[in-house]
Design a binder for this molecule. Structure first.
Ligand code: COA
Length: 447
C-alpha cells in the first residue's frame, strides 16, 4: 500500500496517418452544408488509419515513443492494459500483440508484466487507468509503472449518421507513483445503467441509435456528477481549471457543459447573479406537469448558454479540451484522454502556471456508464506535455479524396476483400505485415 501520489507520468499520442476533411471532402459528397459538421458537430476532420495501420500498430507506435522518451526498458513496466472497442480477437488480448511488437525492438521482454484488455465502450480507457492506479496504490507494482493504451479505429458503416464522427488513433499513458503530469484523486462518481444506445454484437461496425446515445450520455454524466459530489462535496464553477470530457464530437461536449454548469450553479450566488438577465432556474414544484417544467428548463438552459458569464467560463474551461478532437474525430477509448492532453497543450501554448490546479474529468461509454473524477496538475506537467509529439503528426496526415476515403474504409472492413496501395510511406514504426498460420495478425518494425 503506498501513500504517495499516483497518476499519469507521461503521455504519447499516435494519430492514424490519413485524414478526411469533413467540410471540404465529406459534406459536398453527402450534399450537406459544411456547417453541419464544423458548427453543428464541431468537427473539421477525422483521422484514418493507412492500409498498414490498425489498433495494434497505433498502440505499439504510441507506446514505443513513450518508452523511448522516458528511457524505459520492458522490465520497468509491470502491467500493459489496452482499452479498445475495435478488438479483432475475442480471446488473445491486444496487449499481447503490442508487447510482441515492442519486444522486436527492445532488449528484454514483458514476461512478468500483467497484460489485459478492457471493454466498456469508450469509458474503458479510464477504467484501465483506474486499474493501474489501484494496482499501484495496493503496492503490487514492485516499483514498476503501468503502460495503459487506449486504441481504436472508430469506423462506422458507410451511410450511418455516425460516419461523420469517425476517427482513429491511440493514446499511451504511463501510470506511476509521483507522476509528472497529473495525480488522480480517490473520489469518483459513477452513473451506470443497462442501455441499448450503441453496441457491436459480434459485428465490426456498430449498431447505433445516435439520438438516444446523446440522451444517455447526458443522463449518465449527470448521475456520475451527482455521485461524485456525494463524496467530494458540491462542485463549484471555479473549482476546476479544465473539464475534459469524453468527446465523440465537440457538439456533444457543448451540450454536456451547459447542463453541468446549470447543475452546479443551482441554488448558488451565481444563479442569483444571473437572475436579472435570464431569471432563476425553474423548480419542478412550481409547475403543474413535468412537460411544462422540462420546456421551461430547456428555455432556461438555452438562455444560460448565451450569457457572457457562461460563454467566458466555456471558452476558458471547455474550449481548450476540444481543440484536438475537432481535428481528429472520435477516438472512442482515447477520446477523453485526448481532451485532457488538448487542454494541457493549450495551457502550455499560453504559458500558464498550472501546478496544483484541478481538472474535472468526465468519461463515458455507451451501454452505458459515465465516470467523473478529479486530477491535480503536477510539478513536471510542462516538460511532460511539451514532449508530446502530436502537432507534426497531425500536420503530416495524408488528405484523402472522397474516393480514397471509400477505398481505405473498405481496406479496414473485415468483410470486404480489397487491395489498396498505402497512401503514406511507413518509417520508424510498426506496420501490419500479414497473417500467420493461425490467422493471427503479424507485425514488423520498418526503419
Ligand atoms: N449549420 C449548423 N448546425 C447544423 C447544420 C448547419 N447547416 N445542420 C445541422 N446542424 C446541427 C444540428 O442542429 C445538430 O445540432 P443539435 O444537436 O445541437 O441540434 C447537429 O448539427 C447534428 O445534426 P443532426 O441532424 O442531429 O445530425 P445527424 O442526424 O446526422 O447525427 C449524431 C448526429 C450525433 C446522432 C450522429 O453523428 C451519430 O449517430 N453519431 C454516433 C453516435 C455518437 O457519437 N453519440 C454520442 C454519444 S457517445
Amino acid at each position: 500500500m503506498t501513500d504517495r501520489a499516483v497518476g499519469i507520468d507521461a503521455i504519447e499520442i499516435w494519430t492514424g496517418k490519413c485524414k478526411l476533411d469533413l467540410a471540404e471532402t465529406f459534406a459536398p459528397e453527402k450534399g450537406d452544408d459544411p456547417e453541419k459538421y464544423t458548427k453543428g458537430l464541431g468537427l473539421r476532420a477525422s483521422s484514418f488509419p493507412d492500409t498498414y495501420e490498425d489498433i495494434v500498430t497505433m498502440a505499439a507506435n504510441a507506446a514505443k515513443s513513450l518508452l523511448d522518451r522516458e528511457g524505459l526498458a520492458p522490465t520497468d513496466v509491470g502491467r500493459i492494459d489496452v482499452a479498445t472497442e475495435s478488438a479483432f480477437d475475442n480471446s488473445k488480448p491486444v496487449s499481447t500483440y503490442v508487447a510482441g511488437c515492442l519486444e522486436q525492438v527492445y532488449e528484454g521482454d514483458f514476461r512478468h508484466a500483467n497484460k489485459g484488455e478492457r471493454k466498456f465502450a469508450c469509458v474503458s480507457g479510464t477504467q484501465s487507468v483506474d486499474d493501474a492506479y489501484n494496482w499501484i496504490r495496493a503496492g503490487r507494482n514492485r516499483g514498476r509503472a503501468a503502460l495503459v493504451i487506449a486504441t481504436d479505429t472508430a469506423l462506422y458503416a458507410r451511410g450511418d449518421p455516425g460516419e461523420a464522427t469517425q476517427g482513429a488513433g491511440a493514446v499511451a499513458m504511463l501510470v506511476d507513483e509521483d507522476p509528472s503530469i497529473v495525480s488522480l484523486s480517490t473520489d469518483q462518481g459513477i452513473g451506470s445503467m443497462d442501455e441499448t444506445d450503441f453496441l457491436k454484437p459480434q459485428q465490426q461496425f456498430p449498431s447505433v441509435d445516435g439520438k438516444r446515445s446523446v440522451k444517455v450520455y447526458l443522463a449518465r454524466m449527470r448521475e456520475a456528477l451527482e455521485d461524485y459530489e456525494s463524496v467530494s462535496g458540491r462542485v463549484g464553477v471555479e473549482d476546476f481549471r479544465f473539464a475534459p470530457f469524453h468527446t465523440p464530437f465537440p457538439g456533444m461536449v457543448r451540450k454536456a457543459a451547459v447542463l453541468a454548469y446549470r447543475h452546479v450553479t443551482r441554488g448558488t450566488e451565481l444563479e442569483e447573479a444571473l437572475a436579472p438577465e435570464i431569471g432563476r432556474q425553474p423548480r419542478e414544484d412550481a409547475f403543474d406537469d413535468r412537460e411544462a417544467f422540462e420546456t421551461a428548463m430547456r428555455d432556461y438552459v438555452d438562455a444560460l448558454s448565451e450569457t457572457s458569464r457562461y460563454r467566458e467560463w466555456y471558452e476558458a474551461t471547455i474550449e481548450p479540451t476540444i481543440d484536438i478532437g475537432r481535428q481528429v474525430g472520435n477516438w472512442y477509448t482515447g477520446s477523453v484522454h485526448l481532451a485532457r492532453a488538448s487542454a494541457l497543450l493549450s495551457a502550455l501554448r499560453n504559458d500558464e502556471d498550472l501546478v496544483g490546479e484541478e481538472l474535472l474529468v468526465g468519461s463515458y461509454g455507451s451501454g452505458a456508464q459515465a465516470e467523473i473524477h478529479s486530477e491535480t496538475v503536477r510539478e513536471g506537467w510542462r516538460e511532460g506535455v511539451a514532449a508530446i509529439d502530436l502537432q507534426e503528426r497531425l500536420g503530416a496526415r495524408y488528405d484523402l479524396s472522397f474516393d480514397e476515403y471509400e477505398r481505405i474504409h473498405d481496406t479496414h472492413n473485415h468483410d470486404v476483400e480489397s487491395d489498396v496501395e498505402p497512401f503514406t510511406q511507413p518509417a520508424n514504426e510498426f506496420v501490419h505485415a500479414g497473417w500467420g498460420r493461425m490467422n493471427e495478425r503479424q507485425y514488423e518494425y520498418v526503419e
